[in-house]
Design a protein around this ligand. Structure first.
Ligand code: B12
Ligand code: SF4
Length: 480
């Protein structure tokens, strides 16, 4: 039963990550060092907040991302006075913490509780099996679905495509995909309503979703392998507004799975960004049509060229589903790095140790990096397998073929994602160590730090110091 006397229609909660620490050392995509809290706003929540507020609903945001203990979170949750509570689980690292938030909310309030986000959404039914406290899971994008739920006065409010809910203790998944909002129709993000907004890196969305289908990635599950882009005018007007709030000293992060999928838009945006006189960054693929906008980009305040290259091995790139033409792909990366090295921007490339790695494939990656000295900063991650991705669904076949394995302990089962021993040749621990070593060898310190801090709060000297230590310190315990 919904509490109709509540002060708010909805409270949206951003959970902290990793209050329950993993039993492995930090590494690559497990790069959430104990010393470094994730100091970033949750743009998904902000988008939902902005849209629902524009439709006349009373909504507030509770950001618990900097809490380090369940007890302090519980105290804050006790004060919630809303009809509904929505929790955003971005990654497996905040999933257990999100379930705990649901538990506290159920104990202390009368709100109905739902959950969404890039991790919890695709888990669907599993979330309702994990938690008795959650009433519904929103599998895909949330704006239009939440609007429908908040508007509804009937018991049927969860019967919307892409929603999973409980009825008489039975879990029901409404088939189909929920409606997707057009980014051009969204109002400008209401940044100043985000708690302590000036503490965070300003995020501006360029596009949402991805049309590529890399086998390890979840982007195509939540956005159903579609992409929606803002028009350059809409994007630049929003940036103008954002700069009026955050000022010119901040570096801005432009959110896109791959920037400039429409290269004409990519060029127009780059030309427009120059006029703001700010620093900014984003990500794009090595094989996108960056030739169409790269010079304008490098002349626009763009400070970190961030490429998810993933491997220097043609065989591994094919196995990942990253590209069908690895030679073209790697050739474009070399060309890009050469161009970037003539500018003041940092050239960062991210790598992954994937299923099927052999001594030869790792040698190919190392060779690629050493023959491309224009890359200033490398980051290595062992593969983490997310639920329902092609690599997850085909794992039995891969195990037989390559001798890979998932680390299937209770901790990872509860979070629903798994670190991987990549092949019969290499264990998780070996590639995690190797990744750290390669980062140290092939990254220039300043460039690595510049790249690592681009999504986190930058003016905080403590954060920068901790990022620095993450590169330079030995991250694994030393033998006595
Ligand atoms: C910005 C970003 C961040 C930011 C902000 C994270 C945040 N809290 O949102 C920062 C830098 C903090 C971050 C950190 C991490 N991230 Co990140 N991040 C992204 C990125 C690039 C963009 C996401 C985004 O904001 N999009 C725009 C918003 C509007 O979309 P959205 O978040 O999907 O929100 C919509 C829906 O999901 C839904 N929704 C979201 N919340 C809720 C809540 C409710 C109640 C409802 C109903 C709906 C709903 O509605 C929203 C609007 O439609 C994505 C990749 C991508 N291109 O999407 C990766 C991504 C989400 N991150 C990822 C990862 C792995 C991480 C890290 C582990 C990285 C690391 N090694 O440190 C950490 C973990 C953070 C954590 N809290 O656990 C993975 C998640 C994979 C997974 N399934 O687990 C992604 C998908 C990248 C990838 N392909 O690997 N990340
Ligand atoms: S890894 Fe990047 S390019 Fe590949 S599907 Fe995911 S977001 Fe798209």
């Amino acid at each position: 039963m919904v509490n109709i006397m509540a002060s708010y229609d909805l409270t949206l909660i951003n959970p902290p990550a990793l209050i329950e620490r993993p039993p492995v050392e930090q590494s690559g995509t497990l790069f959430v060092p104990e010393k470094l809290r994730i100091t970033a706003m949750n743009p998904g929540i902000l988008s939902l907040f902005t849209y629902l507020k524009s439709k006349g609903f009373s909504v507030n945001i509770l950001d618990l991302s900097l809490d380090t203990e369940y007890s302090s979170m519980e105290k804050k949750i006790k004060n919630i006075d809303s009809r509904y509570v929505g929790i955003s689980s971005t990654s497996g690292f905040d999933y257990l913490e999100s379930l705990k938030i649901a538990e506290f909310t159920k104990t202390h309030t009368n709100a109905q509780i739902f959950i969404g986000g890039q991790h919890a959404g695709p888990l669907g039914e599993l979330v309702l099996m994990d938690s008795q406290n959650i009433d519904a899971v929103i599998k895909f994008e949330g704006e239009l679905v939440l609007e429908q739920i908040l508007k509804s006065n009937t018991d049927n409010k969860f019967k919307i495509p892409g929603v999973v809910y409980k009825e008489n203790n039975k879990i029901i998944t409404v088939p189909g995909k929920s409606p997707k909002i057009k980014l051009n129709d969204l109002p400008f993000l209401d940044y100043s309503s985000y708690p302590n907004y000036l503490k965070f890196v300003p995020f501006i969305e360029e596009s949402r979703g991805c049309v590529y289908g890399c086998n390890f990635c979840t982007s195509n599950t939540i956005n159903h392998r579609r992409i929606d882009m803002k028009s350059p005018k809409r994007f630049l007007d929003e940036t103008d507004y954002c700069v009026s709030l955050f000022g010119k000293e901040k570096a801005y992060a432009v959110l896109a799975s791959t920037y400039g999928v429409n290269p004409k838009f990519g060029k127009e945006i780059a030309l427009g960004m120059k006029k703001f006189g700010i620093k900014w960054n984003s990500e794009f693929r090595a094989d996108s049509e960056w030739e169409e906008f790269i010079y304008e980009l490098l002349d626009s305040g763009y400070e970190v060229v961030n490429i998810g290259l993933e491997s220097g091995s043609p065989d591994i790139l094919k196995l990942m589903g990253k590209t069908k033409n690895p030679y073209l792909y790697l050739g474009k990366m070399r060309k890009l790095a050469k161009i970037v090295s003539k500018s003041s921007a940092v050239m960062r490339s991210n790598f992954m140790f994937y299923i099927g790695e052999t001594p030869k494939t790792i040698q190919e990656t190392i060779k690629f990096i050493s023959q491309t000295p224009e890359i200033h900063s490398v980051q290595f991650s062992p593969l983490i397998v997310f639920n329902n991705t092609p690599v997850f669904n085909n794992f039995a076949k891969y195990r037989e073929e390559y001798g890979c394995d998932i680390i299937n302990t209770e901790y990872w089962q509860r979070r629903h994602f798994y670190p991987v021993h990549p092949s019969k040749y290499f264990s998780f621990d070996e590639v995690a160590t190797l990744g750290h070593v390669l980062e140290k060898i092939f990254s220039k310190e300043d460039a690595w730090i510049e790249a690592a801090k681009s999504l986190y709060s930058q003016e905080n000297k403590e954060v920068v110091k901790k990022i620095k230590e993450t590169l330079r310190e030995s991250r694994f315990r030393r033998s006595k």
